[in-house]
Ligand binder design. Structure first.
Ligand code: PEP
Ligand code: MG
Length: 561
């Protein structure tokens, strides 16, 4: 590739906002892997020792990751423990050991066994395909340990730097020191990948899907604008510093956010939090969330073989209701399937799980599962004297919504449905005749509207929440809400983007729900703009040709006044 034609401004999909300037660093060089076909067969006498060497290497890797997990919190800790767990996974270890017993050297056996797992996970798709990055990461760490190469991963530079990578293993992202790595740009990685989720938790500016990163030399100064999704190589120092300073001032303003959220002209738009348990809800309340806009009940039961009892569910739900301390809580019934399979609820073999028996559809096979969950929610509501809103995921027809609403109302609860399938947005008026509220899940709505796997790094541009087609579906849903006089919220990742949040409000959305660390950014941004500017920005974004143009058009409107 000729260096003279290398672009100076590279673009991608912004995920975590922020503007930073610094020299480029890259992850430590790739681990040198042996050929997957062994050049030699170990003599019988050497195999036990080789096996012990492997066991020790795998345990060293697992121990290091587990120690980092113990020092971390939240999703970061979860990801590190999951990767440590993989390094101790009996299936993976057993597969390597079998090969060593048959005479394959440990490093080669590790590469072969990992490849077998990669093939299986890839063919399963969804969240299982995401595990491929973890398997390769564990493989590299174990091979590095066996062959005396240094621990792979990210550098810890002396100067605050911008890390450019093809993709990062979740464990690498989780181990980043935000004082040394101030921003992150990757060629791969979707907006809902583990790397994205952790970067959001670390508040580390992130742009994914950036083409041309390979051409940027290590040490070059770059301006990473994770508001716009742009990486400028060798920027004009003066204007780059001015941009960074402006972004810093905005960030400082967030520290003062106390809620409740209103636009500058006083239109109230509650900013709620997405949670999965009681402790997370307490954290969200400390971050001034005005309640819970999405309680993902299935996340507590991932990895469970048997359905939790009504009592166990009631205790968990009551913990969240109590933590919300009288504020609104929107609980979502089990969204099992596709990227979140639950062993006790999801059919084991589906050719296309994202279009299969997931969300509310699990109740077709086992209506008792839904009824028992609703009984548990009603019991938790009774114990805590609260009146939760309850919504179903992955609803496609008005009849499904009506059936769900009847079951919810029978128990004295407030029914709603998620708007994740375009059919709901198209017939939103009719859905609102049978339910009391709608909540738009932009993560799935974009996947189904643009026909692009939300976990695919290659298609991150299509599932970008600024896609005008997605915004049009949001607008149609919000218009129906206005006509019916019923609330329409957004609880997908789109609501975590402060600029997009203003556009969503301009489209007529009545509340927003996002990860707790994003609440202040969204609330503070709303307080700086008038509702009329939000409407103008919404019109401009809707009329734009693509996500990039939509973002630029909205920014132009919202930063003008
Ligand atoms: C969504 O689809 O936008 C959503 C909020 O649900 P989840 O991300 O849990 O599928
Ligand atoms: Mg969803």
């Amino acid at each position: 590739m000729s260096t003279t034609t290398a672009p100076t401004v590279l673009t991608g999909t912004p995920v975590v906002p922020g503007v930073v300037l610094g020299p480029v660093v890259r992850p430590a060089g790739a681990v040198r892997l042996p050929d997957a076909v062994a050049a030699e067969t170990l003599p019988e006498a050497a195999r036990a020792e080789e096996r012990a060497r492997f066991t020790a290497a795998a345990e060293t890797v697992a121990g290091r990751l587990a120690a980092r997990a113990a020092a971390a919190t939240g999703m970061t800790a979860e990801v590190l423990s999951a990767t440590a767990g993989l390094a101790r996974d009996r299936g993976l270890l057993g597969s390597v050991e079998q090969r060593i017993d048959a005479g394959t050297p440990a490093a080669v056996a590790t590469v072969q066994a990992a490849q077998q797992f990669v093939d299986v996970f890839t063919s399963l798709g969804g969240v299982m395909a995401e595990r491929v990055t973890d398997v390769r990461d564990v493989r590299d760490r174990v091979v590095a340990e066996l062959t005396g190469q240094g621990e792979p991963g990210v550098p810890a530079p002396g100067t605050p730097s911008v890390l450019l990578a093809d993709d990062l293993a979740p464990a690498d992202t989780a181990g980043l020191d935000p004082a040394r790595i101030v921003g992150l740009a990757t060629r791969l990685g979707g907006t809902t990948s583990h790397t994205a989720i952790i970067a959001r938790q670390l508040n580390l500016p992130l742009v994914v899907g950036v083409e041309g990163l390979d051409a940027v030399p290590e040490g070059a100064t770059v301006l990473l604008d994770a508001e716009e999704g742009a990486l400028t190589v060798d920027p004009d120092p003066e204007s780059a510093t001015a941009q960074v300073d402006a972004a810093r001032r905005t960030a400082q303003a967030l520290a003062g956010y106390r809620g409740p959220a209103t636009t500058r002209d006083g239109v109230a738009v509650p900013v709620l939090a997405n949670v999965q348990d009681g402790p997370g809800t307490r954290t969200a309340m400390v971050a001034h969330a005005e309640g819970v806009g999405l309680f993902r009940t299935e996340l507590a039961f991932l990895g469970r073989a048997a359905e939790p009892t009504v009592e166990e569910q009631a205790t968990g739900y009551a913990d969240v209701f109590e933590a919300a301390a009288g504020r609104r809580v929107v609980l979502r019934t089990l969204d099992a399937g596709s990227d979140k399979p639950l062993e006790f609820a999801t059919p084991p073999e589906e050719a296309n799980p994202a279009l299969g028996v997931r969300g509310l559809r699990i109740a077709r096979r086992d209506p008792g599962l839904l009824d028992r969950q609703l009984d548990a929610v009603a019991e938790a509501a009774r114990r805590t004297s609260t009146s939760p809103w309850v919504m179903a995921p992955m609803v496609a027809t008005v009849a499904e919504a009506a059936d769900f609403a009847a079951r919810v109302r029978e128990r004295g609860l407030v029914p709603g449905v998620m708007v994740e399938v375009p059919s709901v947005a198209l017939l939103a008026d009719r859905f609102l005749e049978v339910v009391d509220f709608l909540s738009i899940g932009t993560n799935d709505l974009s996947q189904y509207a643009l026909a692009a796997d939300r976990l695919s790094a290659d298609l991150a541009d299509l599932t970008d929440p600024w896609q005008p087609a997605l915004l049009a579906l949001v607008a149609a849903t919000a218009d129906a809400g206005r006509r019916a006089g019923k609330p329409v919220g957004v609880c997908g990742e789109a609501a975590a983007d402060p600029l997009l949040a203003c556009v969503l409000v301009g489209l007529g959305v009545t509340s927003l729900s996002c990860a707790a660390p994003a609440v202040a950014g969204v609330g503070a941004r709303l307080s700086a703009v008038d509702s009329t500017a939000c409407q103008e920005a919404a019109r401009a974004a809707l009329a734009a040709e693509d996500p990039r143009a939509a973002r630029a058009a909205a920014r132009a409107v919202l930063t003008a006044g």
